[in-house]
Design a protein around this ligand. Structure first.
Ligand SMILES: Cc1cc2nc3c(=O)[nH]c(=O)nc-3n(C[C@H](O)[C@H](O)[C@H](O)COP(=O)(O)O)c2cc1C
Length: 192
């Protein structure tokens, strides 16, 4: 049987990003669960701020098309987002906006979102762990018709959440991570 493939996308470009670190920790657990994981950086898919005039003039940028195609060869997608001013960073929203404008003539509109499982996680140094960014991200993905698994992980006090091997050290965080990973794997398997 072909391997289950899950794409992991950290929503921060920052060196030392808490969200990139969480994405790595979740990717590790997915690999342990037997999943073939692709972990990317959005730094490799730079995109201008969405502008309808730009799209009318030059079409959707190649990086958005490439990223959409990369999503299309995976059964599941995990987005790990920072929280900026109680919502998702422009980077995450702008990336989703561009992907939602890629139209493949062989597909129905929104198929790339509809046909795979999505999971969301956030990390923040604060007490809420990016919970408001997760609410915003769930709304955005749902508007794109993406099935988003119910379990999610909001990692609070993320700068103190790891042991010296970069594994989560608090039982409640480990439980939330495992519950989300289990659901993501289960929902992604249905998309195979
Ligand atoms: C513009 C801006 C707004 C922020 N707003 C919030 C916020 O609303 N809630 C929160 O928990 N952290 C907020 N933060 C702090 C980020 O959670 C923190 O910088 C985090 O480390 C960013 O993610 P990263 O480490 O993956 O880059 C904000 C940071 C920036 C730069």
């Amino acid at each position: 049987m072909a391997a289950l493939k899950i794409l992991v996308i950290p929503g921060s470009l920052r060196t030392g990003s808490l969200n990139a670190k969480l994405a790595a920790a979740i990717a590790h657990e997915l690999v342990v669960a037997g999943v073939e994981v692709t972990r990317i950086s959005l730094a490799d898919f730079p995109l201008p701020i969405y502008d309808g005039d730009l799209q009318a003039k030059s079409g959707v940028p190649k990086n958005a098309v490439n990223l959409k195609r990369m999503i299309g060869v995976h059964h599941g997608v995990l987005i790990v987002t920072p929280e900026y001013n109680s919502s998702v960073p422009a980077l995450v929203k702008n990336t989703i906006d561009w992907i939602s404008r890629v139209h493949d003539p062989q597909e129905t509109r929104g198929q790339v979102f509809r046909d795979r499982a999505f999971a969301i996680a956030a990390a923040s140094g604060g007490r809420l762990g990016g919970a408001r960014a997760l609410a915003a991200l769930r709304l955005i993905l749902t508007a794109c018709h993406a099935p988003v698994v119910p379990n999610q992980l909001a990692l609070s006090f993320a700068d103190e959440a790891y042991d010296d091997k970069d594994r989560l050290k608090h039982a409640h965080d480990i439980e939330a991570l495992n519950a989300m990973v289990r659901q993501l794997v289960e929902f992604s398997q249905r998309m195979m």
